[in-house]
Design a protein around this ligand. Structure first.
Ligand code: ZN
Length: 458
């Protein structure tokens, strides 16, 4: 297969052709390698296949959360978003925490359309696996049971993981606990919780010589801790999310709060600007979505009459059709409550709900906002969406497939973005089983026009 057009790597661009072999690997690059099978025009940017290294598909051996997302539906959402490899977090009903449970989860996603890397969980009683895998440590309670109640409990465990690849969800459990009765979600999960936990994670990474990663970074001032750590040679990389780059507390209102609740919470404009600057100066390494495919009915639970709220606790025993119906009913109830009882509707805005947003479908299109509205160059986009995520997952690859660059010997996986074909996101376009996007109604200046994985057009 030969592709032709404008290719963009993290360190440069070229116009020409790329030839792939039958194993789906790039074997040659040049000006005229032969008749092109796919030729892309001047509006189209061909990136190395993009990678989202922080998602929550919900499939495990219990199959009890398939109504949220299976590996197959996550893969469909990834392709829709121009993403060819994803890394899935371990907070499942049966978390992958040892060789056997990890292998059981791997068996579930070995045949999908895109490449899956799986994180193993770290909890108070766990130990490292035999093979090299990425680990995830949740410092405070989020979704699921894998978390620590105190810093000392976490350190006792991390001691056993010396030298390993550990990603941290940075929110300090003690600060979360003393903030839990505050009025808004952002104040219940305050910046102090994030920054205190960041400092502690950096201390652990340095002391136990971890290859550390900080997940979904949210604060601008917290990046100063990261800059200082990186400057003294600490092995740490940093993710931030499209949502933290796109929204801040200034846009939150009664209408969007249930959709935009997530952990860590939204911060202020100064943080958002700080994260964008951090992406440009290399302090932040990855755009990773924290894709959390909760259903519409789960996100809107608190707006529902009591009999519907009761149903929501039994989603795992309902059929997908029944849940789709419930999604519609809940959305209708939400809209009607807004119209008929605006005061009660408003009073529910800051009541605690389900945290997390559905993000995979919009990954590629979001990069056109970075380029068009935030003046990122295509090379800068290639770095944080393809090169750095590729470098991360390549460390755990047992096959010779390498991601992250358009270069000989690398995977013939490409994300083609049309920078001049706008997309107004509609929930009906979403392939994730969650069926919604916080970007519903928003218009990106460009869109994903084609995706290739290992030499095949998806
Ligand atoms: Zn997450």
């Amino acid at each position: 297969m030969i592709l032709e057009g404008n290719f963009y790597n993290h360190d440069g661009r070229f116009k020409g052709q790329v030839k792939c072999n039958d194993q789906g690997i790039i074997e040659a690059m040049g000006e005229s390698l032969g008749q092109a099978d796919f030729a892309f025009g001047e509006d189209e940017l061909i990136f190395p296949g993009m990678g989202d290294i922080h998602i929550h598909a919900r499939e495990d051996e219990t199959g009890t959360q398939l109504y949220k997302e299976s590996f197959a539906t996550a893969a469909a959402a990834a392709v829709n978003g121009g993403v060819v490899h994803v890394a899935d977090m371990p907070n499942n009903p049966v978390p992958p925490v040892d060789d056997q449970s990890y292998a059981n989860k791997c068996a579930k996603c070995s045949d999908e359309k895109v490449h899956f890397t799986l994180y193993a969980g770290i909890g108070p009683d766990t130990n490292p696996l035999t093979k090299t895998v990425p680990y995830k440590a949740f410092m405070g309670p989020s979704i699921g049971d894998l978390f620590f109640k105190s810093q000392s409990e976490l350190e006792t465990t991390i001691e056993r993981y010396r030298g390993q690849h550990v990603s941290f969800h940075c929110e300090d459990p003690h600060i979360l606990d003393i903030s839990k009765n505050n009025a808004t979600h952002s104040d219940r999960r305050p910046r102090g919780a994030a920054n205190t936990a960041t400092a502690f994670a950096l201390y652990l990474i340095e002391k136990y010589e971890l290859k550390g990663k900080l997940c979904h970074f949210s604060t601008g001032d917290g990046l100063e801790l990261v800059r200082a750590a990186k400057a003294r040679g600490v092995s740490v990389t940093v993710e931030t999310t499209p949502q933290q780059l796109y929204w801040d507390t200034s846009v939150l209102d009664d209408d969007n709060k249930p959709w935009l609740q997530m952990n860590p919470a939204f911060r202020d404009e100064i943080d958002r600007k700080g994260l964008l600057a951090g992406l440009l100066d290399g302090t932040v390494d990855y755009i990773a979505t924290d894709h959390a495919p909760h259903r519409i009915c789960e996100k809107l639970g608190r707006y529902q009459p009591i009999e519907i709220q009761k149903k929501l606790s039994g989603l795992s025993s309902m059929s997908l059709e029944e849940i789709a119906e419930l999604d519609e009913i809940c959305l209708k109830n939400f809209e009607e409550l807004k119209k008929n009882d605006p005061e009660f509707f408003s009073s529910l805005a800051d009541v605690n709900g389900v945290s997390g947003t559905s993000q995979l479908d919009t990954y590629g299109a979001f990069t056109t906002w970075l380029m068009e509205d935030q003046n990122f160059t295509p090379e800068q986009v290639a770095k944080v969406t393809a090169f750095n995520p590729g470098e991360f997952v390549n460390q755990f690859e047992t096959t010779p497939v390498k991601f992250g660059q358009v270069a000989e010997g690398y995977a013939a996986s490409f994300t083609v973005i049309n920078k001049n074909k706008p997309w107004t996101v509609d929930n009906n376009d979403i392939q994730s089983r969650s069926g919604w996007s916080p970007f519903h109604g928003a218009t990106f200046p460009g869109s994903v026009s084609a995706v290739f994985h290992l030499g095949k057009k998806l």
